[in-house]
Design a protein around this ligand. Structure first.
Ligand SMILES: C[S@@+](CC[C@H](N)C(=O)[O-])C[C@H]1O[C@@H](n2cnc3c(N)ncnc32)[C@H](O)[C@@H]1O
Length: 206
């Protein structure tokens, strides 16, 4: 595991530490698993590619990504929650999966080496979105792709986070127009955004 660079006193990390202790994100539910697999198929991730997974949580997606890239590829999966990272490390993921405790706004990675960012169920929690998107742009290669995915619709995600409140207040998926603007401002171009009753998928390129 990489050296950490996130604070121990981040209320959002504390919240997700508690989720980790309850095993909230340990495995996909029987309804979510086929959707997650469909989303991954659509991302067309190839053996040998280098992928970044922000907010990897307990690593339920990390293992699937590591299988897709194979031993010649790499998955750099990271999270701000120490307990999420600990639980991810207990999964005995293959060596192509590197797990780190760090924040999306400060990645300990070189410029321009990664093929895709796969952000599953995490984007609404990124509190400094321009800074995080700037880091994603920096570490992606010229043909790099940003995927933002959810195993639910935007309405479902936003209503859950609004009902939880507290540290999740304002942790909403932007409207299509807001996303388009945000991506433009951070050097991405929106290729498509699909918001369906059971999934959400956004593809952006540099
Ligand atoms: C809803 S969970 C999803 C976990 C995982 N992607 C999944 O679907 O199982 C969101 C995760 O994002 C992490 N997170 C939130 N803000 C982050 C940031 N700025 N940098 C890295 N991770 C972050 C949280 O700690 C949490 O584990």
């Amino acid at each position: 595991m990489r050296a950490e660079n996130s604070s121990n006193h981040n209320p959002l990390a504390d919240y997700f530490d508690r989720c980790a202790d309850e095993g909230v994100f340990e495995k996909f539910s029987p309804e979510e698993l086929p959707i997650a697999k469909d989303l991954l198929r659509e991302m067309n991730i190839q053996a040998g590619q280098k992928i970044i997974e922000p907010g990897c949580g307990e690593g339920r997606l990390t293992g699937l990504l590591a299988e897709m890239v194979g031993p010649q590829g790499k998955v750099f999966a990271f999270d701000i929650s120490p307990r999420m990272v600990e639980k991810c490390l207990t999964r005995n993921l293959p060596p192509q999966a590197e797990i780190a405790r760090t924040c999306a706004t400060n990645l300990p990675l070189p410029d321009g080496e990664f093929h895709a960012v796969v952000c599953l169920n995490t984007f609404p929690h990124l509190e400094d979105r321009p800074a995080a998107l700037g880091e994603f742009r920096r570490v992606l290669c010229r043909e790099g792709i940003l995927w933002i995915a959810h195993t639910r619709s935007r309405e479902w995600v936003n209503s859950l986070h609004s009902s939880i409140g507290g540290v999740l207040t304002g942790h909403l998926l932007p409207t299509d127009a807001e996303f388009d603007n945000l991506l433009r401002q951070t050097g991405f171009s929106l290729e498509f955004l699909r918001d369906l009753p059971d999934r959400y998928l956004l593809k952006a390129v540099l």
